[in-house]
Design a protein around this ligand. Structure first.
Ligand code: F0G
Length: 441
């Protein structure tokens, strides 16, 4: 059956159409870094699925019930109930976004020279732990290169145990889904074992679960089980000491996040850090309006109709590209399609930022904004050179995604003429956000 969006328009935003020549000028001025380009010059924005979600009518209505009281607002009460229901933890601390939770976790656990292990850290956590003088390390499952392996989000259990046995480790973070490696799901069994191994060495085990609902639908499909999404999420969150999420993702919101725990000994310190850095614990850097949007979003994300629509869109774009011979990471994950830029454009070496070369060409030809996930983002720690096409929630149609594929087809025709890039300037901790680049040759 023909696929169609399970939403209809109520509010629209016009896309500003500009020419290829204009985009060439814009690229030069932006130092070939798409973070430096105004959204008015973007045709299809696949830079991120974070905070770019389209609100539902119910979210918009709930937002109008906002209560901006400094302490004990009703918006917080609704937020608290919804977050508890979502992750099944008692103590909930709102924060202004995911990296604020990471900062609190770093303050709690990081020690100079100690390792922070993860299936794969997202770049913010990676940079924050480094900033706290710890050593973030990615130990993804060895099966990441096998096309048919489903749970590429898993952690390498034997490396995890090796590190815990032989090195100083501050804490372990499971990123669910595994964003940086392809938005791939984590298996409950792998999580459980990782948790048990970590607890045998008495170290804190953290879940970064900003896309845990997407993980739950991918898990449910693969296991062919009847369990509800909520129950699956609760099964996952039962294996951690602290759960945190940026609600800019599966909260279907524009801003926000929270930390959640049942471990009472962590609570006073988290409360103190929240007051120091975020705000009083009944708002933690969020307005009442944000908390209302999140409270409603965390309910809507539990709907299987919603989640099926979500992963169907990702798989639709992934399959289109695949059928055109564009190398994509398979199976398709929850929030984005990841193109293997190295395989697609083998004549540009990784050092010459092959991923960024594709990112620039997608913009130049089609006004499509994407992000490099490779050498530019992770430097020497890069495992692959990918380009991520992140799909904002409930925002684009199947037609938009077909257009993206058309642009890829055009690139494929002339890919041999593409050139690499070199970095003129970048901040050492957050290179890809700040880089100024120039084409080589
Ligand atoms: N963890 C993961 C897995 C993320 O993907 C992100 C953000 C964060 C933490 C930090 O959350 O942005 O609210 O501070 N990812 C965005 C992205 C930026 O484009 O994937 P934040």
């Amino acid at each position: 059956m023909k696929k169609f969006e399970i939403y209809k328009y109520k509010v629209v935003e016009k896309i500003n159409m500009i020419s290829r020549e204009e985009r060439e000028e814009i690229l030069k001025k932006a130092g070939y870094n798409l973070f430096n380009i105004s959204s008015k010059y973007i045709t299809i924005d696949l830079l991120t699925d974070s905070g770019t979600n389209t609100m539902s009518d119910l979210q918009l209505s709930m937002m109008m019930l906002f209560d901006e009281s400094y302490a004990g607002s009703q918006s917080f009460e609704r937020f608290l109930e919804s977050a508890q229901n979502f992750c099944n933890k008692r103590y909930i601390f709102p924060v202004h976004q995911g990296r604020a939770a990471e900062k609190i976790i770093a303050e709690l656990f990081c020690k100079e020279g100690h390792y922070v292990l993860s299936n794969t850290h997202f770049d913010t956590g990676f940079a924050i732990y480094k900033y706290h003088k710890a050593i973030p390390i990615n130990i993804p499952t060895p099966e990441i290169d096998e096309d048919n392996f489903y749970y590429k989000g898993n952690i390498d259990l034997s490396k995890l145990e090796d590190f815990l046995k032989n090195q100083k480790v501050s804490h372990v973070v499971m990123t669910i889904t595994n964003n940086a490696l392809g938005g791939q799901p984590v298996d409950l069994e792998n999580l459980k074992q990782a948790y048990n191994i970590t607890k045998a060495y008495n170290k804190p085990f953290i879940i970064d679960g900003c896309r845990i609902a997407e993980n739950a639908i991918l898990y449910k499909k693969e296991k062919k089980i009847d369990t509800s999404i909520k129950e699956i999420i609760h099964n996952f969150t039962s294996f951690c000491d602290i759960f945190y999420m940026s609600t800019k993702k599966d909260g279907i919101a524009h801003m926000g996040g929270f930390l959640a725990t049942d471990v009472e000994e962590f609570v006073p310190k988290i409360r103190q850090l929240s007051i120091l850095f975020e705000g009083f614990p009944s708002y933690g850097g969020l307005s009442g309006k944000d908390m209302e949007i999140i409270a409603q979003g965390l309910k809507e994300v539990l709907s299987e109709d919603y989640l099926n629509d979500r992963i169907n869109q990702v798989a639709f774009l992934g399959s289109l590209l695949d059928s055109e011979g564009i190398p994509v990471i398979k199976p398709f994950g929850g929030h984005a399609v990841f193109v293997d830029a190295q395989k697609f454009i083998p004549h540009i070496e990784p050092e010459k930022l092959v991923g960024q070369s594709l990112v620039v060409e997608l913009y130049r030809l089609g006004g499509i904004r994407t992000v490099e996930v490779g050498k530019l983002m992770y430097g020497k720690s890069a495992i692959r050179n990918l380009v991520r096409l992140a799909i904002p929630r409930r925002t684009y149609t199947y037609n938009h995604l077909e257009y993206v594929c058309e642009v890829f087809k055009e690139i494929k025709e002339n890919k041999h003429s593409l050139k690499g890039f070199e970095i003129v300037y970048s901040d050492p901790l957050v290179p890809h956000f700040t880089a100024i680049l120039r084409p080589i040759g």
